[in-house]
Design a protein around this ligand. Sequence first.
Ligand code: PPS
Length: 293
Amino acid sequence: MEVPPRPELFDFHGVSMTKYFTGNWENVQNFKARPDDILIATYPKAGTTWVSYILDLMYFGQTLPERQATVPLNERVPFLEITAPFVKSGKELADTLPTSPRLIKTHLPVQFVPKSFWEQNSRIVYVARNAKDEAVSFFHFDRMNKIEPEPGDWSSYLQRFMEGKMVFGSWYDHVTGWWEKKQSHSKLHYMLYEDLAEDTGREIDRLCSFLGLSLSADEKDRVREKVHFDKMKNDHMNNFSSVKIMDFKISPFMRKGKVGDWKNHFTVAQNEQFDEHYKKKMMKSTLQFRTEI
Ligand code: PPS
């Protein structure tokens, strides 16, 4: 089977989406969450895979090592809304997950999250990353991932990022929408990629206290070592290398894993324009990011 032509973006209730994330909409909206489910929510390229593997190791590193050695991460932590060629339906994978708790990934903006997650009061871990590194990472991902819309060149891509014409919509709306939710919802832990890069051990501690887990110092060290970028990059169960729609010859999924790679992509003029636009878009939010550490 050939990979079909790249999909078009369209407006879906005010958010840019493609058919690969709306095609199973009713079923996804009717997903039956459980109180002990853990939803990992992010705008694409914010560190979803990193945090997914951290949680997977925290819960199952000791109890299910054979599952981690034989089942790829994208099946251990299903991507709820995906329905695309060569990829198993995220909803079906989530429905049939044998683990307890179930770890489930989503890129949905807060207003699209299936209502059962709120009704069941499931825990949610949201991960956000600074906009400049996001844009760069998303650009390279869209180049290599054949089910993403055609990215075009970097300069036009950056303009579209600023306009929110990306799959899952505007980064600005996504990160601020979830940030507002966090102010009133105690079961939501809001993490930053930059904090994770600065001190992974500290962020593992924070996750443990949010989730009510007590890991020994040795267990925490083991998690930290296994999720190091260089380790994960070469770990076939955790680097997406089994996913057929991605062409690693164009760009690897685990690309650089750095804070500040935007400096290798933004021109001085692009950076000035971006900063000015950013100030206006984020003016009303108390959310702060670091673009270098
Ligand atoms: S996706 O497709 O939305 O699920 O992508 P996501 O996993 O959110 O983001 C991919 C970027 O995260 C980087 N990454 C890491 N950085 C540091 N350490 C670890 N362990 C790690 N794992 C993934 C990955 O390299 C992508 O960022 P870039 O900047 O493109 O390298």
